[in-house]
Design a protein around this ligand. Structure first.
Ligand SMILES: Nc1ncnc2c1ncn2[C@@H]1O[C@H](COP(=O)(O)OP(=O)(O)OP(=O)(O)O)[C@@H](O)[C@H]1O
Ligand SMILES: CC(=O)C(=O)O
Length: 669
């Protein structure tokens, strides 16, 4: 069960660097002088209209800080050791206030960085984290367990030291047991392939010469045919199959380039039909490695159907591993099964590299949009990946098309955008993160509520938790507040994230794993905190933490949401009810009986029934239709729900008995 507790102003004596200063409008702050003034006039008018609408319901807008956009300059990476030391000092808590300059906070769209030779040191992990990385991705197709272990340890070290920032860890499994991923083998150094030259792929192991390289898939020779077009790295190079022998495929280079170690190989229009490679152990080694290291996510390559996701989830359950599964949509075969695959998973990655090699390339943007829409409608996380800032592997500034690509993914509502080679082996990994940060932040700042992709409200309105999240979002949007959520399992924070509230979701959790996992979700700023038995104390601790860190300002209103079968205002099962927190009592007393009856009348039918039950009275008649988007309505609903939830859980111990409409699905939090 979940409760929206209250909206509450922040008080305290802490004055952070920017507190109290009159805030310029976001438009002024973000306005680059070169943009046409007409554009901004229209935006201001739109904004004023919204403001007036709010005024009619007598709501004071909050002082929520607007996002700041950092300029991206073409200078090289900051290399100074002092700067690193300063960052370290900040993280270690040497600076008391005003450290809320961290880019990770105001930006909602998260950044996944692939860690490789350019970034696998302590210094670089630290710098990436400070520049805006939210998730560190380890690609198990490259490197070995020892090198990945080192990175995992470094990320955990960072997390342990960082009070206000956290990095999730994602293992990208190489295919094997889980599906066909065909790759060329290792080469001592890159080979230049020129158009028209002959080149051979062999299933013999360990070959890597100027004219021949191994492939990792034994049936390669059987599955390709003369006339097939082989694509290297999703089409960066292509080779036509000219002839075959028992163990080799002879090709003519059609589009040449530089062939490096362990490149993806696809057969145009055919890879999807290659039978899955079964029986390999390597992937399971990687999965066990992830379990041992308590990573947060697996990104599972080449998922073709839901079966493999169930199989993996069953395995994780059997070893009590709390790891979420992100399916990589990269095979043409996965497309007809998208719905069931995504349903079985915790989220999806639009892996555009292989997708673009398996399907006509012009389908990729359409599929990206569709996958994001599907994930959003199902409440699953979604990541857009590959080539987002490809040119920055070698150049210090991105192409304009790449910038647009990021903006599109943000507008479409992705939880996260991903960097691959840019951070793994590129020359400008930090700059790439900064560009991604800046472009995402800038794009988010121009998104109005209308631009926000449709939320889950319609799909899930029958369920108590979703009702809370939906109305809490609407209320915080109308009030212009951030949301502070207390969650032990992360469920409520993730749910709120899916509704895409316009304010930051500050998610307080007493579980380090949950804190780490929440780093992936759009708009969520996860913070670890031990909960007190007295909820009022937990609320105050959270608010003073936020204020100390400069995350909220004195006088700013926040919406407090808490959730779960293990709510923070109630002691665990079996423990005394003496400990009923003052907040529970306060929330119960939010409304007078008369006001409650009036609000019951405003609430939706299910709410009226449940509330009346909780109040042990027959349902009251609805007196008027609620007005959509009205603050009164949302506040009324959340307060009624708070009241119902508190009364019901006090009476019924965890559920609102008898109201199947509101408790028709198990609540995982
Ligand atoms: N751990 C690593 N060690 C060495 N090189 C790496 C590592 N991780 C990534 N790279 C390099 O960075 C490149 C881009 O990374 P990326 O994860 O996109 O790999 P990829 O080969 O394109 O596979 P995938 O399709 O799984 O993303 C790799 O091709 C590889 O050259
Ligand atoms: C990320 C990945 O695996 C792809 O784009 O193919």
């Amino acid at each position: 069960m979940a409760q929206v507790v209250a909206s509450r102003p922040v008080h305290g004596s802490f004055v952070c660097a920017s507190a109290g200063s009159a805030k310029k409008s976001s438009i002024d702050e973000l306005k680059p002088s070169a943009l046409p003034s007409k554009f901004f006039r229209a935006k201001e008018q739109q904004k004023n209209k919204r403001f007036l609408r709010n005024v009619t319901v007598m709501v004071k807008r909050s002082l929520r800080a607007e996002p700041e956009v950092l300029p991206v300059s073409p200078e090289d990476l900051p290399k100074r050791e002092e700067e690193f030391q300063h960052l370290r000092g900040v993280q270690l808590g040497n600076t008391a206030v005003g450290m809320w300059s961290k880019p990770t906070v105001r930006r909602k769209t998260k950044i996944v960085c692939t860690i490789g030779p350019s970034t696998n040191t302590r210094e670089m992990i630290w710098k990436l984290a400070e520049a805006g990385m939210n998730v560190a991705r380890l690609n198990m197709s490259h490197g070995d367990h020892a090198s990945h272990q080192k990175v995992i340890d470094l990320v955990k070290e960072y997390n342990a030291q960082s009070k206000d920032n956290v990095i999730a860890i994602m293992l990208d499994t190489k295919a094997g047991f889980l599906g066909p991923e065909v790759r060329s083998g290792d080469l001592p150094q890159p080979i230049a392939l020129t158009n028209g030259q002959e080149f051979t792929f062999t299933i013999k192991r360990g070959v890597g010469t100027d004219s021949c390289v191994s492939v990792n898939y034994d049936d390669f020779v059987n599955d390709v045919e003369v006339g097939d077009m082989l694509l290297v790295d999703g089409g960066m190079m292509s080779l036509m199959v000219k002839s075959k022998t028992e163990d080799s495929v002879k090709c003519e280079v059609v589009d040449g380039g530089e062939l490096k170690s362990r490149r993806h190989l696809n057969v145009r229009g055919k890879s999807a039909t290659l039978p899955s490679i079964t029986g390999g152990n390597l992937d399971w080694d990687d999965i066990k490695f992830g379990v041992d290291n308590k990573v947060d996510f697996y990104a599972v390559s080449f998922v073709k159907d839901a079966k493999v996701v169930h199989e993996l989830k069953d395995y994780l359950k059997s070893c009590n591993a709390d790891i979420h599964v992100i399916v990589k949509i990269e095979s043409a075969d996965s497309v007809p099964n998208l719905h069931s695959i995504i349903t079985a998973s915790d989220g999806a990655m639009v892996a555009r590299g292989d997708l673009g090699a398996e399907l006509p390339i012009e389908e990729v943007p359409l599929l990206q949009e569709e996958i994001i829409r599907m994930c959003r409608s199902m409440g699953k996380a979604v990541i857009v990946a590959t080539n987002m800032l490809e040119s920055m592997i070698v150049h210090p500034t991105p192409t304009r098309a790449e910038v647009s690509d990021i903006a599109i993914a943000v507008r479409e509502g992705a939880d996260a955008v991903m960097l691959s080679g840019e951070t793994a082996h590129g020359k400008f990994p930090l700059k790439a993160v900064k560009v991604m940060h800046t472009v995402s932040l800038r794009t988010e700042a121009t998104m109005t509520e209308n631009d926000t992709p449709p939320n889950l409200g319609q799909a899930f309105k029958n369920h108590m938790s979703e009702m809370f999240a939906f109305h809490a979002t609407m209320m915080s949007n109308t009030l212009g507040t951030s949301i502070v959520v207390f969650t032990r399992t992360g469920f409520m924070a993730i749910l709120l994230s899916h509704y895409r509230p316009s304010g930051t979701i500050f998610a307080f959790t007493d579980d380090e794993r949950v804190r780490q996992r929440l780093a992936l979700y759009q708009g969520v700023c996860p913070i670890h905190m031990d909960f007190s038995n007295d909820a009022e104390e937990s609320f105050n601790n959270a608010l003073s933490f936020l204020q100390k860190q400069g995350m909220v300002k004195e006088g700013e209103e926040v919406a407090l949401v808490q959730s779960g079968k293990q709510p923070i205002w109630r002691l665990h099962n079996g423990e005394s009810r003496e400990g009923q927190s003052s907040m529970a009592r306060a929330a119960r007393g939010l409304l007078s009986r008369a006001a409650r009856e009036q609000l019951v009348a405003l609430a939706p039918r299910e709410g009226r029934t449940a509330c009346a039950r909780a109040m042990k009275r027959p349902p009251v008649r609805r007196v008027r239709e609620p007005r959509e988007s009205s603050l009164c309505e949302h506040a009324a609903r959340v307060r009624v729900m708070t009241d119902i939830a508190i009364s019901a859980s006090l009476c019924n111990n965890d559920s609102i008995e008898g109201d199947q409409t509101l408790v028709d699905r198990p609540i995982s939090d």
